[in-house]
Write a protein that binds this ligand. Structure first.
Ligand SMILES: [Zn+2]
Length: 258
């Protein structure tokens, strides 16, 4: 069993893989602002580092075929900030379908998407239903932002409120202080607790009534929604380890039971 990197091997090598059981891995991220102190590519970097660590954990037992990450996602909410690049939902869904159906055309049955950007979740889910129907590939999705708040609450002495720590705040600052501290400029970090989010009773991020948002106008005029100064490398390490653990368990279960 091994990790195969698609860009480094030939078609002859791909041809030899056990295509019924090999898990095709696709990291998805974004190129979007995360406040003045964090790098634009952090969602991609988180997805890549989580899945690389998870693949190492399963290397002896599971074959993985790693496709290079998609470094741009659906990020219209951040387009008021220079450097953000976005696909529309239509483009993103179409691209996922075309990548997936290429993979399925060559006989693979299972693809594991590890997605670091919350804004991609809806599009990936929408694409996955169509992909299952049209080209029979099963898509498994590990969405970092579907689990990260719970993991941070469980594994760290997190202080920020779930309501306001949404983007570039305690969680994301911690992660990057752990993963690439050289790219974090804490002297530029801002603490911003959005009043509307803090006061929301039913309409909340992750609450019973959801909403779509524009970063500048709705929740994060500074680019940050949260208290970035609460971020520490120690919390980041705990959150990262918990993400890797969950991602690893997912790989083992897909390999063994699906
Ligand atoms: Zn992010």
């Amino acid at each position: 069993m091994a990790i195969y990197r698609l860009e480094n091997i030939s078609f002859a090598d791909v041809d030899k893989l056990d295509r019924e059981n090999t898990i095709v891995i696709l990291p998805c991220g974004s190129m979007e602002q995360h406040g003045p102190h964090l790098p634009n590519g952090m969602d991609t970097q988180v997805a890549v580092k989580v899945i690389e660590a998870a693949m190492k954990n399963v290397e002896k037992d599971v074959d993985c075929l790693y496709i290079p990450p998609i470094p741009i996602g659906q990020s219209p909410e951040h387009m008021d900030f220079p450097g953000t690049i976005t696909f529309t939902a239509e483009t993103y869904i179409r691209m996922l379908k075309e990548i997936s159906c290429s993979v399925a055309r060559h006989g693979f049955k299972k693809m594991y998407i590890v997605n670091g950007h919350g804004g991609n979740i809806s599009a990936i889910g929408a694409a996955a239903f169509d992909i299952r129907d049209s080209c029979k590939l099963q898509i498994y999705m590990f969405n970092v932002w579907a689990v990260i708040v719970g993991l941070a609450n469980q594994h760290t002495n997190r202080e920020a409120s779930n309501k306001t720590d949404a983007h570039g705040g305690e969680i994301e600052t911690s992660l990057m202080l752990h993963l690439t501290p050289e790219n974090v400029k804490m002297d530029r970090s801002i603490d911003e607790k959005n009043e509307k989010l803090a006061a929301g009773e039913y309409v909340q991020l992750g609450g019973p009534i959801s909403f779509n948002w524009n970063s500048l106008e709705d929740i994060a005029p500074s680019g940050i929604s949260g208290v970035a100064s609460l971020g520490t490398a120690e919390k980041g390490a705990a959150i990262f380890d918990a993400l890797v653990d969950l991602c690893t368990k997912g790989l083992f279960e897909i390999a063994a039971k699906w």
